[in-house]
Ligand binder design. Structure first.
Ligand SMILES: Cc1cc2nc3c(=O)[nH]c(=O)nc-3n(C[C@H](O)[C@H](O)[C@H](O)COP(=O)(O)O)c2cc1C
Length: 190
């Protein structure tokens, strides 16, 4: 797949094929790709908690908020993600947070692109309580959850559009999810 195709395919998905699984080896492969990403001062202060057990995924799901600005409850009942990767900042490696937040984004996108290339997909979730996640997952004191990736086999249709009247994503009556992106002449500084 050309990178342009992969970048376009790599949308945020919030509805998944019921009962579909992601083999743990694949999740580990995607984390290995993220682990080869650039890292501020090459400190590599990110750690990854993989959750694939159905009950554990179900326990985590209500701790995450998906498309809060849409009326429809997402993911719909029984169409949740097959797995979560909870990205954590290891404060014993890098005590100061701000610069490592950039690493988090780079690593998250590397995982999402890896997933999309393999025919999977999901959503980066920032709306999850750090402390609740930490307690629920019984994480060591030095590990602070910073981002959650919900992953599965997508079944929602997501379409890129050129932003004309704002950048808010929306769904039509057929449940097609539209994502307006700003036109290039608006984002390239002349
Ligand atoms: C740092 C970050 C945090 C995000 N947090 C959430 C979230 O909590 N819930 C959610 O449904 N989507 C979340 N998203 C997904 C965005 O809503 C999504 O990227 C945006 O709507 C554009 O859609 P696209 O990813 O298909 O381009 C997040 C994305 C990023 C990069």
């Amino acid at each position: 797949m050309l990178f342009k195709e992969l970048a376009d395919k790599n949308r945020s998905h919030r509805e998944f094929v019921s009962g579909a699984k992601i083999p743990e080896e694949l999740l580990i492969e995607w984390i290995a790709n993220a682990n080869h990403s650039p890292a501020a001062m090459n400190l590599q202060a990110l750690k990854y908690k993989i959750i694939t057990d159905t009950d554990e995924v179900a326990r985590l799901l209500p701790l995450t908020r998906w498309a809060a600005s849409l009326e429809k409850k997402l993911p719909p009942e029984n169409h949740g993600p097959a797995a979560f990767i909870v990205m954590c900042h290891d404060t014993s490696i890098a005590p100061l947070k701000p610069i490592f937040m950039i690493d988090v984004g780079i690593a998250a996108q590397t995982i999402m692109l890896s997933a999309a290339e393999a025919g999977f997909g999901g959503c980066i979730i920032g709306s999850a309580s750090e402390q609740v996640l930490k307690d629920t997952l019984s994480l060591d004191d030095n590990l602070t959850p910073v981002l959650v990736l919900g992953l599965g086999v997508p079944e929602d249709e997501v379409v890129l559009t050129v932003a004309k009247d704002g950048v808010k994503y929306y769904r039509d009556e057929n449940n097609v999810h539209y994502v307006p992106k700003r036109p290039l002449d608006e984002v390239i500084i002349k």
